[in-house]
Design a protein around this ligand. Structure first.
Ligand code: GLU
Length: 554
């Protein structure tokens, strides 16, 4: 067969691949710089596992003074969903991993190696498809869907591996005339790889996460160009990562089974493949079965990164958590560098987990509490406010009308050596501090410690206003609580109470617990001293009277 004649018949107008190599010159980067990419298909929302991959990509590029770009892989037009690309771009606007180039906004692309959306690269793919034909590595296949199904059934019946290979590759040896006749007759066709390997062949694979492995290789004449002149993933990957000069492909291990096929395609074109790191899919512990399973797009709301935005987890917390999953030593580093930027952490790709990264909401909450505890009251206020303006407009109104007061509430126990770790995400703030507002307070229930009678509680509450002075510092304030304890015959020190428990109904700590419950309806709150100071004498009296009335009528 005259390859040139066939190539010209199939792709008469395609430019030579040299044109594209000339157009997309090697990048001018320092030694050791890695070019990475995140290449999502717009088949729905951005998955938390995708964000994990993108963070790894961007981190590697940044730490090696390389480049990380965003490429949209939309050659599977059937799986494409409406607004899929917008969704991805929007998610990255929020979770800014630091792409240097690519499809970074809907109306623009950044960088010299575009187009970065695969459906706009038809012309390029045609050139490389033609090159495959020129090299005798590809041929057109006219088999219909029905024919392929029949072939599959026959193979299954004979207990053979299904596929288009060897003697079953019907169109592999069509003559030029047969091909030309089919094309003239308008028969649809795809381009197939003329795979030189058999079922017995093995190939050596290199993977930065999994190490070197010799594995059985692809023996199928896989499709490399579909009838709509767009390639499936395999060929698009080879062409794009070559022309965009990717040096390291970090991708999900769902691609590991077709890894050898990709290596064969690089080989067929005489190209050197990039390095690879196949990362395992994100898993979780199923709430019902208690077993590990993949995070599912359909079942798990946390699969979609939008979930974390709606719930108001700070982006820094999500990034910190993903980095802990990626490199377990990140957690120690963070403990030593609580306020450092995540980019200062030395990421190590070989530490990526091979057995399935576990995503755990409880752990994420802890990480997030930690992140938020390092923010100032003002920063927390601004973040909560901006979250509420999108997701809880009533709360937003409340915040806007009480800016100073709310910031002071958030300031409690914050700028101290061991800051308070109560908030994990913004959606929980509203109820967390709602008792600081009198209209909510008015409807609270109060559960006092059961060991005290109503009469004893009433005695504490009735007397407290005489023991509150708004200009006290914390020691003075607590000194007065001790005075009150003593006045009503309780131990002024816990120590005294412990020495002679029969002598006293309670101690100064019990007094403050009773006050805490009466003023907030809760047994756990931030520092009661600050709460008292924020409420002020009048509101303390107002609150205590309300509770006293309830207790007296009970
Ligand atoms: N479009 C592929 C996916 O979404 C990308 C895989 C890759 O990174 O090469 O799974």
């Amino acid at each position: 067969m005259d390859n040139k004649k066939l190539a010209d018949l199939l792709y008469p107008e395609a430019k030579s691949v040299d044109f594209w190599f000339e157009r997309y010159k090697p990048r001018n980067l320092p030694k050791g710089a890695e070019v990475t990419r995140f290449a999502p298909s717009p088949t729905g929302f951005l998955h938390i596992g995708g964000l994990f991959g993108a963070l790894v990509d961007a981190t590697i590029a940044r730490q090696t003074n390389g480049v990380c770009y965003l490429r949209i892989e939309d050659t599977d037009q059937k799986r494409k969903v409406k607004n899929g690309v917008e969704g991805i771009i929007d998610s990255f606007r929020m979770f800014d991993v630091g792409f240097n180039e690519g499809k970074l906004s809907m109306d623009n692309e950044v960088g010299d190696y575009g187009p970065y959306v695969q459906s706009n690269r038809r012309e390029i793919y045609k050139s490389f498809a033609k090159e495959m034909v020129l090299r005798g590595k590809a041929y057109p296949c006219f088999c219909s869907e029905d024919e392929l199904n029949n072939l599959r059934e026959q193979q299954m019946a004979k207990k053979l591996n299904p596929g288009y290979y060897g003697q079953y590759a019907k169109c592999r040896n069509l003559s030029y005339e047969q091909i030309a006749d089919n094309i003239k007759a308008g028969k649809p066709w795809v381009l197939r790889f003329r795979c030189p390997y058999t079922q017995d062949d093995k190939i050596e694979t290199n993977d930065l996460v999994r190490g070197n492995r010799i594995i059985p290789c692809n023996y199928n004449d896989v499709v490399i160009m579909k009838s709509n002149n767009l390639p499936p993933y395999n060929f698009a990957h080879v062409v794009d990562d070559t022309l965009m000069h990717t040096t390291l492909v970090v991708r999900s291990d769902e691609w590991f089974p077709s890894f050898t096929e990709h290596l064969q395609l690089f080989e067929a074109l005489g190209l050197t493949p990039p390095k690879y790191a196949h990362t395992s899919a994100m898993q979780k512990i199923d709430e019902q079965t208690n077993e590990r399973r993949k995070i599912s797009k359909r079942k798990d709301p946390e699969a979609n990164v939008a979930f974390f935005v709606e719930q108001g987890y700070p982006v820094e917390a999500i990034f910190d958590y993903l980095m802990i999953i990626a490199n377990s030593n990140f957690e120690d580093w963070r403990a030593q560098n609580p306020k450092a930027n995540i980019s200062e952490f030395k990421f190590d790709i070989s530490k990526l987990n091979t057995s399935g990264a576990l995503f755990d909401m409880v752990k994420l909450s802890d990480v997030s509490k930690n992140t938020i505890s390092n923010m100032t009251g003002q920063q927390v206020f601004d973040a909560v406010s901006s979250w509420a303006s999108r997701f809880d407009t009533d709360f937003y109104k409340l915040l806007s009308q009480n800016k100073d007061y709310y910031t002071q509430i958030l300031n409690i126990d914050r700028d101290i050596p061991k800051p308070r770790k109560d908030i994990s995400h913004w959606a929980e703030v509203r109820t967390m501090y709602e008792y600081m507002f009198d209209d909510v307070f008015d409807n609270l229930n109060f559960a006092f410690p059961e060991k005290f009678s109503n009469a004893q509680i009433i005695e504490v509450l009735q007397n407290y206003p005489n023991y509150f002075n708004p200009t006290d510092d914390q020691t003075q304030w607590f000194g007065r609580i001790k005075d009150l304890a003593e006045y009503i015959g309780w131990a002024r020190e816990v120590k005294l109470f412990k020495q002679q428990p029969d002598l006293y109904p309670g101690h100064c700590g019990d007094v403050s617990t009773i006050l805490r419950v009466a003023l907030t309806g809760r047994t756990m709150t931030p520092n009661l001293y600050n709460i008292c100071m924020l409420l002020g004498k009048d509101r303390i009296e107002y609150r205590l009277n309300k509770v006293l009335n309830k207790l007296k009528t009970a």
